[in-house]
Design a protein around this ligand. Structure first.
Ligand SMILES: CSC[C@H]1O[C@H](OP(=O)(O)O)[C@H](O)[C@@H]1O
Length: 396
């Protein structure tokens, strides 16, 4: 069953067999996830039959990435409605699973509103559940559509900023198909450049502590045949200094009304390096990641995660070499946040500081790319105008 993920991750058209899908087996509807904690060593499915299971999957990053969290949240409300759970309680549990990515709350509230509207119009339980599922599927489709449009806008921006037609891109964390209903956000731009022969190289930050870059972006880049090199987060500075980076492409988990950008921890230092070395720092995110209700960067809640994610290595890890695969099963080093103890990288009892995100001020962001177009320079007025445009567009 998991093989189908291998096909979709090979760059085929987005389909229902991406990192998340809805299924209706005889025993009742389920949300099926590709368990991202097990990648790249294993493509394992996680079948969520109830909302607590989906909340746990969100909290432990079995499913992750801002746009996909919104989609997962919407399907979670659909699961509650279809299985006769209290929809309001389910929505509250789902929305509270992780605080920083605004998409999660957006997806949950949109699905819950669809339920309320249906009930208000006299729908019975089955009809209301169907209305929620239809809204979740609409959100899923809209995100896939947004991904394609962001890739086009982002590639055009790269070509405008970097004449010469062959780009060396640095990415941080993971922003491909594994965070999206389509081909992702920032990674989708790099993939679009690759497909037209204008990606000279992809530099992949490993992205400590959970190694989304090493485990997931390298996995997706390899499956798409993209020339890429993994680096430790701390090696990025010398790469800029050696003139090896033409642009930085990152995603976002929340963009505040003033254009401040919350993204995976380590993004802000990259923005400072990019500014010092006169390299474009480009944020790629759907308009569902913009939160006009959050005034500025200081108002964004940054998720603080367990110090164990810093003091222990995540896993399971892929075989060390191709031969490693022949050497038998991959050692399960540590299943992040699952509590299964793994390889310690610090003395027992060491306290660790583990913010999952940081915030980059708008003045360090060259451009924000959404499905509606590009904002540059990044100002509150520009962000608001972009959101106004997205409200006028609906995907049927
Ligand atoms: C474009 S959403 C991807 C975004 O989400 C990641 O966070 P996490 O892996 O903790 O869900 C990271 O911030 C990426 O930039």
């Amino acid at each position: 069953m998991a093989d189908q993920y291998a096909q979709t991750l090979d760059g085929e058209q987005p389909s229902a067999t991406g990192p998340l899908r809805w299924e209706e087996p005889p025993e009742g509807p389920v949300v099926v996830l590709l368990d991202q904690r097990r990648l790249p060593a294993e493509e394992v499915e996680l079948v969520c039959t109830d909302v607590p299971a989906l909340v746990d999957a969100i909290r432990t990053l079995a499913v992750r990435g801002a746009p996909l969290l919104g989609i997962a949240g919407a399907y979670g409300v659909a699961l509650a409605a279809a299985r006769g759970y209290d929809v309001a309680e389910a929505a509250s549990l789902l929305e509270g699973a992780r605080p920083t990515a605004v998409n999660l709350g957006h997806g949950v509230r949109r699905a819950a509103e669809a339920y309320g509207t249906a009930v208000g119009r006299g729908a019975d339980v089955r009809q209301a559940a169907a209305a929620v599922l239809a809204e979740a599927r609409r959100l899923h489709r809209e995100d896939a559509e947004a991904s394609e449009r962001m890739a086009r806008h982002g590639l055009a921006l790269l070509d405008e900023l970097l004449p010469g037609g062959s780009h060396r891109i640095l990415t941080h964390c993971n922003t491909g198909r594994l965070v999206s209903g389509g081909e992702g956000t920032a990674f989708a731009v790099a993939l679009a450049a690759h497909r037209v022969g204008r990606l000279r190289h992809l530099w992949v930050d490993e992205t400590r502590p959970l190694l989304q870059g090493a485990r997931l972006t390298a996995y997706e880049a390899a499956r798409n045949g993209m020339a890429h090199t993994l680096l430790t987060d701390s090696a990025a500075g010398s790469l800029f200094a050696s003139g090896e980076v033409d642009a930085v492409l990152i995603g976002a988990d929340r963009i505040a009304a003033d254009g401040s950008v919350a993204n995976k921890v380590g993004s802000y230092p990259l923005a400072v390096l990019a500014r010092y070395h006169h390299v474009p720092f480009i944020v790629v995110a759907p308009s569902t990641t913009v939160d006009l209700e959050t005034r500025d960067g200081a108002s964004i809640e940054v998720e603080q995660r367990s110090g164990r994610e810093v003091t222990e290595l995540p896993g399971p890890l892929a075989p060390a070499t191709a031969a490693g695969a022949a050497a038998g099963p991959v050692p399960r080093v540590f299943e992040a946040a699952s509590g299964v103890s793994g390889a310690l990288v610090a003395p027992v009892g060491t306290r660790a500081h583990n913010p999952a995100f940081d915030v980059t001020p708008p003045e360090l962001v060259t451009a924000v790319v959404t499905e509606e177009g590009v904002v540059s320079p990044v100002t509150g007025a520009g962000i608001a105008e972009l959101c106004a445009r997205s409200r006028q567009v609906t995907i049927s």
